[in-house]
Ligand binder design. Structure first.
Ligand SMILES: Cc1cc2nc3c(=O)[nH]c(=O)nc-3n(C[C@H](O)[C@H](O)[C@H](O)COP(=O)(O)O)c2cc1C
Length: 206
């Protein structure tokens, strides 16, 4: 296990991967186990993950991602989606807290009503924003956990959403937020990190 600061500093978006390296299932199991700690609004856990390792399916994803070379050389391509209807599952999630005695019946009823009023009252745009916001937070944690276990990633947006939805049977209520390629980075083609703004350029203390 690495030092957190080293993981933050050493994570790079892989430009190219070493081909034909398989990611053991245990790596994914461990990452997803830790990923359950990710925060989400009202603990609704909007994020879903679709892991593509099968070589034939990966080639179809490669086509749907406009033949980006790193998709082909990656060990796995992971699609992160956000569920616009996550709020509809609130009572299942909160039932567990009620059983554990964290909430009594009245608090349970109040929180379920609040969640429904908010997500339905604020409507589709809010539901979409929530799906993207919460799944993006989860995706960042996924990439840091992968790095912690010695695996490199690249977050990507350049793919045909409709084709991917069809290929992976992603239901309409889920927004494909991000494609993450994963594998062992080919360090022969690592570019210097792109210039970053100084903190003073993007922070506003009021
Ligand atoms: C939302 C998002 C979308 C991205 N999409 C792509 C992409 O489609 N293709 C790609 O090669 N890199 C993509 N990147 C990677 C960025 O180019 C990379 O993070 C940035 O240049 C900084 O490099 P670093 O992550 O190595 O520090 C994306 C990154 C983010 C956060």
């Amino acid at each position: 296990m690495g030092e957190f600061i080293d993981i933050v500093r050493d994570r790079r978006s892989a430009n190219k991967f070493i081909e034909n390296i398989e990611i053991p299932r245990k790596v994914f199991d461990d990452i997803f186990y830790e990923l359950t700690s990710a925060p989400s609004a009202f603990n609704l856990q909007h994020a879903n993950y679709y892991v593509v390792q099968n070589p034939e399916l990966k080639m179809e994803v490669y086509e749907a991602a406009f033949r980006q070379y790193k998709v082909k050389t990656s060990s796995a391509v992971i699609f992160v989606t956000g569920d616009k209807e996550a709020y509809k599952n609130a009572s299942n999630i909160y039932e567990g807290s009620k059983m554990l005695g964290i909430l009594d019946q009245r608090e349970f009823d109040d929180i379920i009503k609040l969640i429904n009023d908010l997500y339905e009252g604020w409507g589709e745009k809010f539901q979409h924003d929530e799906a993207v916001r919460n799944s993006s937070l989860s995706a960042m944690l996924f990439m840091l956990l992968a790095k912690d276990k010695g695996w490199d990633t690249c977050p990507m947006i350049y793919f045909d959403q409709d084709k991917i939805r069809e290929l992976l049977n992603i239901p309409d209520n889920e927004v494909p937020t991000l494609m993450i390629t994963m594998g062992k980075m080919d360090t022969t083609s690592v570019k210097l990190r792109g210039a970053r703004k100084a903190p003073g350029e993007f922070t506003h203390f009021l």
